[in-house]
Design a binder for this molecule. Structure first.
Ligand SMILES: NC(=O)c1ccc[n+]([C@@H]2O[C@H](COP(=O)([O-])OP(=O)(O)OC[C@H]3O[C@@H](n4cnc5c(N)ncnc54)[C@H](OP(=O)(O)O)[C@@H]3O)[C@@H](O)[C@H]2O)c1
Length: 380
């Protein structure tokens, strides 16, 4: 068994590869999974730095917010699953490993013919986008949608789903991302160009307000964002990428204390506004874990729906690079460089050790391409 381990919080270099432990045995009501793919997402870097809100983290820990794999051992009393079944789960930590033991009851079935590294982004990134759009905001065909953080893992998933379900969308990211956002069928506004707020205001007026706004960045004043909602509009806030981007641009690895206090205050304000009844415009803060605790059936149903959409070719997750366990430090550096478009994925099925720096996706492409991209990213 091989896995990643954090014995301290901090920069990517705190990640260690632990080798040759015996795989754990499943107890009653549990199964053991041979993991095929797991997350390498912005959220995993927050956990590595101990900046992930709410979750009380204890060291040592194995990172990895989710996984897809095959059951290779079934504990006593489990009737639902057999050896060889393919499953996925969202676990917050512990997914970056070749083997893990999970309660049988929480797993979701994954179709046998899906490629695990292509399907893995559905568990965290697509599920977040899907539930924000369709559960929280109750989006319907034809609704006008605005997405902040449009080329991140969640933002791209949201635009992909908008395209699949006939929702006209506008995406906000930095100016260099225009072609990518347009390629997903969405209009584009750059947050780092003059008059970006004016452009968004104009687009909002032309549409009589956005029926749905998904904010994964929190880069603009809340009052400006809400002013662009339609009278019956829904704002779903789900992340804080902008303060991290600002810190990077100022040569820091993470937001300073004042910036962190700023987004903690922003978070509390959103929660307070979300709790106020009586207005037709609604604000909510989406949290994938809390929502799953409240509505476990929605989690299972929505993830099953997403696997079906991928099987049918209706959605197309953008996996920029697939990394192996021994390349995790480079992968975390790449995420923190701000140069990932869409998602990175950890491949647990391939053997490790022949050097490299990530495999450009699809895997048939040369390793050199990814290694070059990585060197540029680390230099940049
Ligand atoms: N609440 C939940 O349940 C949940 C679930 C999953 C993720 N999240 C959170 O959601 C956020 C996004 O996650 P991710 O994985 O998609 O992150 P990511 O891949 O790092 O996405 C960053 C995106 O934000 C954009 N961005 C940065 N500053 C911006 C600004 N001022 N205005 C508009 N866009 C801006 C970036 O554009 P450029 O690259 O062009 O600068 C990029 O498109 C994170 O905070 C993550 O922790 C929350």
């Amino acid at each position: 068994m091989r896995r990643l381990e954090l014995r301290a919080f901090g920069a990517p270099e705190v990640i260690r590869l632990v080798d040759d432990e015996a795989p754990p045995e499943p107890g009653p009501g549990e199964v053991r999974v041979r993991v095929e793919a797991s997350s390498l997402a912005f959220t995993d870097t927050l956990i590595r730095r101990n900046l992930y809100p709410v979750l009380k983290l204890r060291l040592p820990l194995t990172p990895g917010y989710d996984f897809i794999g095959r059951i290779d051992s079934v504990g006593p009393g489990v009737a639902r699953w057999r050896v060889g079944d393919r499953v996925a789960d969202l676990i917050q930590t512990g997914g970056n490993t070749t083997h893990l033991v999970r309660p049988a009851a929480t797993l979701v079935a994954v179709p046998q013919r899906l490629d695990a590294t292509r399907a893995e982004p559905l568990v965290l990134s697509y599920l977040t986008a899907h539930q924000a759009l369709f559960r929280e905001a109750e989006a319907k065909r034809g609704d006008q949608v605005l997405v902040y953080g449009a080329t991140g893992a969640v933002g791209m998933a949201a635009l992909d789903l908008c395209r699949a379900f006939g929702l006209p969308a506008v995406g906000v990211a930095s100016a260099r991302r225009e072609r990518i956002v347009n390629g997903l069928g969405a209009a584009f506004v750059a947050y780092d160009e003059p008059d970006s707020a004016g452009k968004l205001d104009r687009l909002a007026r032309e549409r009589k307000g956005f029926r749905v706004i998904i904010d994964a960045a929190r880069g603009e004043a809340l009052s400006s964002v809400t002013s662009r909602l339609a009278p019956d509009g829904r704002l779903v806030v789900l992340g804080f990428s902008a303060p991290f981007r600002d810190a990077r641009r100022n040569g820091r690895q993470q937001p300073g204390l004042m910036a962190r206090l700023g987004f903690a205050f922003d978070f509390l304000r959103i929660k307070w506004l979300a709790s106020r009844p009586g207005t037709s415009r609604r604000i909510s803060f989406y949290d994938i874990v809390q929502r799953r605790v409240r509505r476990p059936d929605d989690f299972r149903d929505d993830l099953t729906t997403l696997f079906g959409l991928l099987e049918d070719g209706r959605i197309s997750p953008r996996v920029q690079t697939v990394f192996r366990l021994d390349e995790a430090v480079e992968a975390h550096r790449l995420i923190e460089s701000g140069r990932v478009v869409g998602r990175l994925v950890l491949d647990l099925a391939s053997p490790i050790g022949d050097g490299g720096g990530g495999v450009a996706y699809p895997r048939a492409e040369s390793r050199k391409t990814a290694a070059t991209a990585l060197r540029d990213a680390v230099r940049g």
